[in-house]
Design a protein around this ligand. Structure first.
Ligand code: NAD
Ligand code: ZN
Length: 266
């Protein structure tokens, strides 16, 4: 406990759970979307391509559920308090596995996104990364809703066109783009994991919130921090793979916990 109280350089490590109270379902856990959409099919590009051939209506449903949640989400107290702490110099930055951009929306500046961001596009040819348009994302969602509402369900060609409708050509070279997110089996963006490892191994307190701690290589960061002597605090309503490593486990939803901290501080 004293190591927590005497921290001089803290950092945060977040996962899908910090955005659960913003309305974005987690992958694992009771409300997790893997229950409805198994990761072996929907968590990787080849699986999605196969599902597209055989179960286009399910793929449309998956894309629609995901886009609707990302389009509507607003930061919750967990994102806001972490941003305030950075502003006040209490934490050096946030390492996140999330792709929703909610830490930045709350005002965090030092955000290391290990798995990319659904609101950005990446060029398949030159690698240029640039912001996508939220209006286009909403238009894609509208088109998916229109297609799935049809009694016969979406035709594959129309679905393919709808799914790609927000992928505008690269603003630098004009070639094709993809969402700037890391699917299972893909490499992490270059440099980000190294920067995250530097932060994790140089902080003296790592606040881990909302992660099951099983997605590698991200899940090894708390271990790196602990080996370098940092205290590890975990905030999660359920014990996770990280819990045995934690010096302090707070069994609570992250949004409610940070809201309570903020209220107590006033
Ligand atoms: P996960 O889905 O594997 O695990 C979620 C964890 O959050 C669980 O341990 C669960 O108990 C906990 N949790 C649930 N509600 C919570 C709450 N209110 N407060 C705190 N914790 C809560 O998440 P993961 O470890 O981040 O791994 C999933 C991968 O999927 C990530 O790598 C991420 O890229 C991706 N993903 C991202 C988002 C997003 O961007 N919001 C959402 C789902 C999945
Ligand atoms: Zn390009």
């Amino acid at each position: 406990m004293s190591r927590v109280a005497s921290s001089r350089k803290a950092a945060a490590f977040t996962g899908a759970g910090v955005s659960a109270e913003s309305g974005i379902p987690t992958f694992r856990g009771d409300e997790g979307i893997w229950r409805e959409y198994p990761p072996a099919v929907y968590g990787n590009l080849p699986g999605l391509a196969a599902a597209f051939l055989f179960r286009p209506r399910r793929v449309a449903g998956f894309a629609q559920d995901a886009l609707r949640a990302f389009a509507a989400a607003e930061p919750n107290p967990a994102h806001r308090v972490l941003a305030e702490w950075e502003e006040e110099g209490r934490i050096a930055g946030v390492i996140t596995q999330n792709v929703d951009g909610l830490h930045q929306a709350a005002g965090s500046r030092e955000v290391l996104e290990l798995h990319g961001n659904v609101h950005r596009l990446a060029c398949r040819s030159c690698g240029h990364v640039f912001p996508g348009s939220r209006e286009r994302l909403r238009a894609t969602l509208g088109e998916l809703e229109r297609l799935t509402a049809r009694r016969r369900g979406p035709g594959r060609r129309a679905l393919f066109r709808a799914l790609r409708s927000h992928l505008v050509p690269c603003e630098r070279c004009g070639r094709g783009t993809r969402p700037d997110v890391v699917f299972f089996g893909e490499r992490l963006p270059s440099g980000v994991l190294e920067a995250a490892a530097r932060l994790a191994s140089s902080c003296d307190l790592l606040i881990c919130a909302g992660t099951s701690g099983v997605v590698q290589p991200a899940a090894s960061l708390p271990l790196l921090a602990a080996r370098a002597g940092a205290a590890v605090v975990e905030i999660n309503p359920e014990p996770s793979a990280l819990t045995p490593l934690a010096d302090l486990f707070v069994p609570a939803p992250a949004g409610a916990f940070f809201a309570g901290l903020a209220a107590a501080g006033r």
